[in-house]
Ligand binder design. Structure first.
Ligand SMILES: NC(=O)c1ccc[n+]([C@@H]2O[C@H](COP(=O)([O-])OP(=O)(O)OC[C@H]3O[C@@H](n4cnc5c(N)ncnc54)[C@H](OP(=O)(O)O)[C@@H]3O)[C@@H](O)[C@H]2O)c1
Length: 285
């Protein structure tokens, strides 16, 4: 995917797990990429965001910042709403002022997690946690304050940066893998998401998208697939997820409904994407 030499992409939260993968994925020859984190630009400070944007004049802003730990959001709602909602609003305001496209990363946690089949864009959000509520408010602010937005909801991401697969392999080698029980998602390599985003920002197909690999699995099934693919000998122990604020089952599988009906983009099925990731990262050696 080619950008013009005058394209300037600003990534916020660029040292985070997703921001750093997107940064690594983008080809710096095609466009100018400017990566900042909270020490360079605090997105909760509108004045700071506006001054930076006026100087940079980005054509695209990818907002990969956020507070993502559910228990931290629950313990400090003010912080969660300030960053996940007001921060997104600040980015949306300046994006609109300087005619930049905005990519706002969101999450399956905007839904109630009670479904039995993957959530589509047409399903009604009903977040249960402060994390989900703050992310949903961030989405609404982006819709209200900007004209050229892509809101991209993703399920569970894995990458070299968050080491999710690497950690499961290392546990499996010691004979037992511990995973959270009753957690269902559409696991997606951050690299695959980045690939999709780069294509998307080259278009004017603005709107809200679900963007994850096909299918849904429990964390146990995800770990089992890694164990089987690598021919390891390990047991899996399911336990309550300490990062969750309640232990009731959470179904976070999502369906890329609009991408499917428009045939605009097809993600790999989660098992195939996982095999590809393991091979690409050399984890099968
Ligand atoms: N990872 C997933 O599975 C997943 C799934 C669905 C959606 N998402 C969404 O994707 C986005 C990125 O997630 P992630 O997993 O990459 O999170 P992450 O690793 O926690 O990265 C978030 C980044 O935002 C930075 N940040 C914090 N406060 C800031 C501020 N005031 N101004 C600017 N930057 C600030 C953080 O810096 P510090 O670390 O220094 O605080 C960090 O580098 C989030 O919006 C999240 O909701 C992620």
């Amino acid at each position: 995917m080619k950008f013009g030499v005058r394209d300037k992409i600003w990534i916020t939260g660029s040292t985070g797990r997703l921001g750093s993968t997107i940064y690594r994925y983008l080809d710096p020859i095609d466009c100018e990429i400017v990566a900042t984190d909270k020490h360079e630009v605090d997105i909760t400070n509108l004045k700071e965001v506006a001054t930076f944007t006026e100087r940079l004049r980005p054509t695209v802003i990818i907002n990969a910042s956020g507070i993502t730990k559910r228990n931290e959001c629950q313990a400090d709602p003010d912080k969660a709403y300030l960053l996940n909602a007001v921060g997104a609003k600040n980015i949306a305001i300046v994006a609109n002022r300087f005619h930049a496209k905005i990519v706002q990363l969101s999450t399956a946690d905007v839904f109630d997690g009670k479904a039995t089949s993957p959530y589509k864009e047409i399903d009604e959000p009903r977040p249960r946690t402060i994390y989900g509520k703050s992310k949903f408010l961030g989405e609404q602010f982006v819709r209200d304050f900007s004209d050229h937005y892509f809101i991209v909801r993703v399920s569970r991401l894995y990458s070299r940066e968050n080491g999710l697969v690497e950690d499961i392999i290392s546990q499996a080698k010691s004979g037992e893998v511990r995973v959270a029980k009753d957690r269902f998602s559409s696991p997606t390599p951050a690299f695959e998401l980045s690939k999709f985003l780069i294509g998307l920002i080259n278009t004017n197909n603005f709107g809200t998208y679900h963007a994850s690999c096909g299918g849904v699995c429990s964390q146990k099934e995800f770990a089992q697939e890694i164990i089987d693919f690598l021919g390891l000998d390990a047991k899996i122990k399911e336990e309550n997820d300490p990062s969750r604020v309640d232990f009731s089952p959470f179904y976070g599988g999502i369906d890329n409904y609009f991408l499917k009906i428009t045939k605009d983009y097809e993600f790999l099925e989660w098992k195939l994407a996982l095999h590809e990731y393991i091979k690409k990262e050399g984890l099968n050696g």
